[in-house]
Design a protein around this ligand. Structure first.
Ligand code: BES
Ligand code: MN
Ligand code: ZN
Length: 503
């Protein structure tokens, strides 16, 4: 669906349907007389009287088919005082899905009608509504024939402005921002949903190169020989049971004016499939593990969006990619490997592979850049999902400023993080009898020991955060903003944070 702007006032607005958000008990025409100008038939539409504005309520009202705006889809938001941005997102998404189901081709959001809504302010609301509309239409279509019973997407989404004076650059860019954000999330979802026979480390590297060419940012890749030269024994150990060798993909968005600034470094876990290795996982739902590269997908998508928008920040992305397979060459429990920082690791559980891939990327980041901050994002532990459920991701960070900014960025865009403790005493559980550290803590507090394992490799002076998205990266039952499957969780937060000038 393409984004358009209609600047010539409500008399000239034209679309198959106008979407109008409305609180309970409100008269939309009193609140926004522009609606009356755009669709004068609305005031006398009998069905208007039945619309209460209750939360979740949708009413499709029809005027004469030849009119410039022949339909209005009224969308209820519930009580004025309890309207939330999450509620607005869902309402818009449900409305857009209804339009698609009805085969409606062009949609219009009347910008002046946003003024009276009690959340977000004009620009933020527009950004969120555009983003929600585009995410609502997302489906993973790459690998199936077009289905006859599934209608095509609407082709146009217009924003209607009251007059040209109102159609300010800042408001246009807010809408464009929403569009870019949705593009980033959609890219992350497409990568996450791609099955692992088609998306293995080298294939992900090739995709990243395509994206880098399209959006214009630096790309390089370390293959298995380069990784050996860098001494990345941990990342190599994860991939050695697979016929598809590991890769470390290095991305950098460095616009000229800030090419000398200290970068923000984003590190993504890119396990293209996690069988568990020799410590094999159970069969039930194992296919979810094609999404074990969501962190890497998110980092790639965020850097693409920053480059596409020309955001004046220097951001480096590292994607630590490997396929975790059993096999004659696979790592065995008890094997000891040497990580890139020189520490030896006793691999007591081959299914705790994410931390092994990430620790070498962390070392690489610290060796090559003097960073302003470093954030890793990973589907790291089932334990995090057990602790926080499927609506909250874990945030581990011992820098209060960075933690606050991440929580705020996530909260603003509907990805919620809950701060978890880096409880030092549990580092005891990572003591090895034979090596410097082991990769497996106890079952209890498993998300914390995983975070402590990563922290072991991080310089104390560097502000660092670890985002554990294992409980939230997969949508079990379709929601208004996402069908079943990988959802690209984290892309919005990291984009929001970097746009706002994280650190
Ligand atoms: N990729 C998994 C974590 C995961 C679980 C992600 C469920 C999404 C949904 C990770 O590599 C893993 O297997 N972790 C183990 C760690 C344990 C062996 C210490 C786990 O959580 O069981
Ligand atoms: Mn695992
Ligand atoms: Zn994993």
């Amino acid at each position: 669906m393409e984004l358009h702007f209609q600047n010539l006032g409500p008399k000239n607005w034209k679309a198959d349907v106008m979407l109008v958000l409305c609180c309970e008990g409100e008269d939309m025409l009193t609140r926004c007389p522009h609606l009356d100008t755009a669709a004068p038939w609305l005031a006398v539409a009998p069905a208007m009287r039945d619309f209460m504005g209750k939360i979740g309520e949708l009413a499709l009202l029809h005027g004469h088919p030849e009119l410039p705006v022949p339909r209005v889809l009224a969308i209820g938001l519930g009580q004025h005082d309890s309207v939330s941005m999450g509620g607005v997102r869902k309402a818009v998404a449900r409305a857009v899905r209804l339009c698609r189901d009805r085969g409606i081709d062009s949609l219009l959001l009347p910008e002046p009608a946003f003024f009276a809504l009690p959340v977000g302010g004009r620009e933020r609301l527009l950004e969120e509504c555009v983003c929600a509309a585009l995410l609502a239409l997302y489906r993973f279509t790459a690998l199936s024939k077009p289905k006859k019973d599934i209608p095509p997407d609407p082709r146009r989404l217009s924003i209607g402005f009251a007059d040209p004076q109102d159609s300010l650059d800042s408001v246009h860019s807010a809408a464009r921002r929403g569009e870019n954000t949705a593009g980033a999330v959609r890219l992350a979802r497409n990568l996450a949903n791609m099955p692992s026979n088609l998306l293995f480390p080298e294939a992900l590297a090739n995709r990243a190169l395509e994206v880098a060419r399209k959006f214009g940012f630096h790309y390089s890749v370390l293959d298995e020989k380069d990784l050996a030269r860098e001494g990345m024994g941990a990342l190599l150990a994860v991939g050695q049971g697979s016929s598809r060798p590991p890769r470390l993909i290095v991305l950098e968005h460095a616009p000229e004016e800030c090419a000398e600034n200290k970068p923000l470094i984003l590190i993504g876990k890119g396990i293209t499939f996690d069988t568990g290795g020799i410590c094999l996982k159970q069969a039930a739902n194992m296919h979810h593990m094609k999404c074990d590269m969501t962190g890497a997908a998110v980092v790639l998508a965020v850097i693409a969006a920053l480059a596409g928008e020309n955001i004046p920040r220097r951001v480096v992305g590292l994607l630590a990619c490997a396929e975790n397979m059993p096999g004659p060459r696979a790592t065995r429990p008890g094997d000891v490997v040497t990580a890139a920082n020189g520490d030896t690791i006793e691999i007591l559980n081959t299914d705790a592979e994410g931390r092994l891939a990430l620790c070498d990327a962390i070392t690489y980041a610290q060796k090559h850049w003097s960073a302003a901050a470093m954030i890793d994002i990973a589907t790291l532990t089932g334990a995090c999902g057990i602790a926080l459920g499927n609506e909250l991701a874990g945030l581990f960070c011992d820098n209060d400023v960075l933690a606050e900014r991440l929580c705020a960025a996530g909260g603003a865009c509907g990805e919620n993080f809950w701060r978890m403790p880096l409880w030092k005493p549990y580092a005891e559980h990572l003591k090895s009898d034979v090596a410097d550290i082991t990769n497996m803590g106890r079952r209890e507090g498993g998300a914390i020991t995983a975070a402590l394992f990563l922290q072991h490799f991080v310089d104390d002076a560097l502000p660092w955060a670890h985002l554990d998205i294992a409980g939230v990266d997969w949508t079990d039952k379709k929601t208004p903003l996402c069908p079943k499957g990988g959802n690209g969780f984290g892309a919005r937060t990291l984009l929001e944070l970097t746009r706002g000038g994280a650190f």
